[in-house]
Write a protein that binds this ligand. Structure first.
Ligand code: NAD
Length: 372
């Protein structure tokens, strides 16, 4: 299964679906804080489009409260039966003192690992209406559309040995950066396949000058490129330079592919080019399963106040249509509806600008739904 990426497998699956129409099952994992508010707006859109079986399950803090675990058994089972999953956010002060293994965030790591969601796609797109919200100059970000592909199930976050121990009377902290060639190839394939449908350029980010794990990464992606993806342009960049280039001249990039820890940091830097966390969607894909979620967290400071921006979650739903259901037309409709609401001047507080109309989570959700 590793030889072919999720995007193609699911596209083929979709073709089968068209020949035998069937209802798609979507699992909503609303989670904590603003999670239920923002996922509710995406469900309005699904209801409007119609033809979906929507189910719900707990994850994160609410999973712990209701089942004693942030990734409960029932959620595990439902996740594996769903055609795709939409997640809100997890976390909050209430669960901060729990044992590490029971914290809400472990629910997220748990589901990613359990479903082998190895490729995390984070687009950084700047809408013309929000170009002023970026902290960079307008000419640097106007029209920006880059895609960061972060490997999500390997690297230093999962490598062994790990831990804190005492050596020669001193405490030492240990983590291990490790990749095998199959892990590199499968995520690189996703990056190349995306580039084929975009600008045809992949920039692989590593630290091959000092880290052997990433030297192997560079060698494997280079071999894969030569063997299967010569229609794309492949370049390599050290991570320190990449961090600088993303801020200096972000439009030079089309698709960036990198390992888990470098991707964690670079994707947050790229996220801020667009101005607000409330606008950023993401997809996590494996060979068999897919999960879509906004990049932001549970925003406890505004939870339950109808202030959260639901656009990141709605754009995550658009990604679900594009990548899991191979239905670009519906994805375009959802994205255009978001742009139309912004063009009419409606804004939640996080992206408020002079002369715009302040709207709540529900109102923005209704406006976008009405435009589909
Ligand atoms: P956060 O993303 O929740 O919030 C950061 C800031 O951005 C806050 O001021 C918040 O109000 C604002 N914000 C975030 N999303 C918004 C939205 N949709 N609309 C308007 N404003 C929005 O990050 P944090 O405050 O560092 O973390 C809060 C909790 O979320 C923590 O428990 C953290 O562990 C968790 N967290 C979860 C995820 C996830 O579920 N994927 C990601 C990051 C943090």
């Amino acid at each position: 299964m590793l030889a072919t990426s999720n995007i193609f497998i699911l596209a083929r699956y979709e073709l089968n679906c068209y020949s035998q129409p069937m209802t798609k099952k979507i699992l909503i994992l609303a989670g904590d804080g603003i999670g239920p508010e923002v996922t509710k707006q995406a469900v309005k859109i699904l209801d409007k489009i119609g033809g979906f079986e929507i189910d719900y399950a707990d994850i994160g803090g609410i999973g712990y409260d209701n089942h004693g675990h942030p990734y409960p058994e029932e959620t595990k089972q439902k996740a594996k039966q769903a055609d795709s999953i939409l997640l809100g956010a997890v976390g909050g002060e209430k669960w901060d003192n729990l044992d590490f293994s029971l914290k809400p965030e472990r629910g997220l790591l748990g589901i990613r690992k359990d479903l082998q969601l190895f490729a995390n796609l984070r687009p950084a797109i700047v809408f013309d209406e929000l170009v002023g919200a970026s902290s960079l100059k307008e000419e640097l970000v106007k029209g920006l559309d880059i895609m960061i592909v972060r490997e999500l199930t390997g690297d230093i976050y999962f490598g062994e040995p790990r831990g804190i121990e005492t050596r020669d009377g001193k405490r030492v902290g240990i983590n291990t950066m490790i990749y095998d060639e199959d892990e590199v190839k499968r995520v690189s394939r996703v990056a190349f396949e995306l580039a084929q449908k975009r600008g045809g350029k992949v920039c692989s980010v590593d630290k091959a000058n000092v880290l052997e794990a990433t030297l192997m990464w560079r060698e494997e992606i280079t071999k894969l490129h030569a063997a299967e993806f010569q229609d794309c342009q492949l370049s390599h960049m050290y991570v320190d330079n990449a961090a600088m280039q993303i801020i200096r001249q972000p439009k030079q990039f089309d698709v960036i592919v990198t390992g888990n820890i470098f991707g964690d940091i670079l994707s947050d830097a790229a996220a801020m080019l667009t101005g607000s966390l409330g606008m950023l969607p993401s997809a996590s894909l494996g060979d068999k399963y897919s999960l879509y979620e906004p990049v932001h967290g549970s925003a406890p400071d505004i939870a339950g106040q109808d202030k959260a921006n639901p656009i990141a979650t709605i754009m995550s739903l658009a990604m679900m249509f594009r990548y899991t259901f191979a239905d670009g037309a519906t994805a375009d409709k959802i994205e255009n509806a978001c742009k139309a609401a912004l063009a009419e001047g409606y804004r939640t507080g996080d992206i408020m600008q002079d002369g715009c109309k302040l709207a709540g989570t529900e109102e923005i959700g209704d406006l976008i739904t009405a435009k589909i």
